[in-house]
Design a protein around this ligand. Structure first.
Ligand SMILES: Cc1cc2nc3c(=O)[nH]c(=O)nc-3n(C[C@H](O)[C@H](O)[C@H](O)COP(=O)(O)OP(=O)(O)OC[C@H]3O[C@@H](n4cnc5c(N)ncnc54)[C@H](O)[C@@H]3O)c2cc1C
Length: 411
């Protein structure tokens, strides 16, 4: 055997798995098809701007992030703890009063303070703040149905919550599991997400430190042998006592014969401008839903390092999928400008990042712990076997490492 364990894929799940196995003393090699680590969490430099693989933030409150990531070393730049909402007459601010007390008055004047709706939404969201075990044990149904059931059917839901969630869970039809939606809201309640000063790609780069990762190696097949597996790759064959398939869900389905989950897509347009359309590094949504953009944000208001001095970087994200064909660049720019209420003649598109397979769908009932041991020394990890998130990917990697350890015994 060439090594104890081969991990196929250097996304967050594969890297978390490889680290845990290395820490237990196994010889581990990670094979990655792309030219760098990160998978769906990568950054590139374009004309001096930092462009992430879609608008994505790191929540320092994720338990797996607290455990595995040295957040201080990332120089995390916090986003604004609230949202901007385009209304017909103005851009409203809704902020978390605990973290953004200076915006309390603006929030009270936002126009979204109908007491009856606030109480209905608070009752619907309340389980998000209790113990996770209790949350996971509740009956689950589609978000749209449970929100209606709680009587939350007004402007706060339709102009703020739903547009905000559309960008976060890549879905605008209310079909996602209520339990998953509450888990997402829980993470926002417990932590203020941000981006590393050097871009989101700094997260997997940190996790990959000290690991044996071979990039530009695409795995084509995994075959059982006596005592382990042979992995056929574009760079020749490798053998190992155990193999962990840590690829994206679609490739995992091909390599390991698993059912392929339905995936949801996102496309982000990145614009350079001399004048920031807002001083707040906030997620901005359109309460009128009058265009393709589900959220926009001035990245440089949170992380000035995302642009060369004197310039600003604005992201605008849209859904991508069968019901959401890719919008024209001009429409995205016009709509993003409308959301902030500014002209966009000075905006220049520096990049466009389309991720058709951004997130596995999470329909009800949510099933958070799919099996990671597939039998015969083959294992799987990735956000598709846990929750569709960085947290889910990291947790699944550690679960797979524990399962490998149970099979192989002490290193
Ligand atoms: C635009 C966008 C925004 C997001 N926003 C958030 C957010 O704000 N918060 C959050 O928690 N989550 C967010 N997510 C989700 C999060 O990024 C993912 O859940 C997580 O990164 C998945 O990690 P993974 O390791 O499971 O899979 P991946 O990142 O897909 O990693 C799989 C790896 O396998 C490699 N690979 C594939 N095929 C092969 C092969 N044949 N051989 C070798 N290697 C192969 C791939 O190149 C890749 O590196 C977002 C995702 C996207 C796309």
């Amino acid at each position: 055997m060439d090594t104890d364990v081969l991990v196929l894929g250097a996304g967050l799940a594969g890297l978390a798995c490889a680290r845990a196995l290395r820490d237990r003393g196994y010889a581990v090699q990670v094979l990655e098809a792309a030219d760098d680590v990160g998978g769906r969490v990568r950054s590139e430099r374009v004309d001096g701007f930092t462009v992430d693989r879609g608008f994505q933030v790191l929540n320092p409150a994720y338990p797996a992030v607290r455990r595995l990531v040295d957040v201080d070393a990332l120089d995390l730049r916090a986003m604004f703890a609230g949202v901007l909402v385009r209304r017909a007459d103005r851009l409203a601010v809704l902020a978390d009063p605990r973290r953004e007390p200076a915006h309390l008055l603006a929030t009270l004047r936002s126009g979204y303070t109908d007491v009856r709706e606030l109480l209905a939404l608070a009752a619907w969201a309340a389980p998000a703040l209790g113990p996770v075990r209790a949350l996971l044990g509740r009956a689950d149904a589609a978000r749209g149905a449970t929100l209606r059931g709680y009587g939350a059917d007004g402007a706060l839901r339709h102009e703020v919550l739903e547009p905000f969630l559309a960008g976060v869970i890549a879905e605008d039809d209310g079909s996602t599991s209520t339990t998953f939606t509450r888990l997402v809201l829980r993470s926002f309640a417990l932590g203020t997400p941000g981006v590393p000063a050097a871009g989101m790609g700094a997260v997997p780069r940190q996790l990959a430190q000290g690991l044996d990762v071979a990039t530009d190696v695409r795995v084509e097949r995994v075959e059982p042998t006596s005592g382990g597996h042979r992995v056929r790759t574009t760079a020749g064959d490798r053998t190992a006592r155990a193999v962990v398939v840590a690829t994206d869900p679609r490739t995992a389905a091909e390599l390991a014969g698993l059912p392929a989950p339905r995936m949801k897509g996102l496309v982000t347009h990145w614009f350079a401008t001399d004048e920031a359309p807002s001083d707040l590094g906030a997620t901005a949504v359109d309460g009128r839903r009058a265009g393709p953009v589900v959220n926009a944000a001035v990245m440089t208001a949170a992380a000035p390092s995302y642009a060369p001095p004197g310039q600003h970087l604005v992201q605008a994200t849209c859904l991508l999928g069968p019901r959401h064909p890719e919008p024209a660049s001009g429409d995205v720019r016009r709509h993003a400008g409308e959301i902030f209420g500014v002209g966009t003649s000075g905006w220049r598109e520096v990049a466009r990042t389309a991720v058709p397979d951004a997130l596995p769908a999470q329909p009800p009932p949510l099933h958070v712990r799919h099996a990671v041991a597939l039998g015969g020394g083959l294992f799987v990890c990735g956000d598709h076997v846990d929750t569709a998130s960085q947290q889910g990917a990291l947790v699944s990697g550690r679960r797979a490492a524990r399962a490998v350890h149970r099979r192989l015994g002490p290193a």
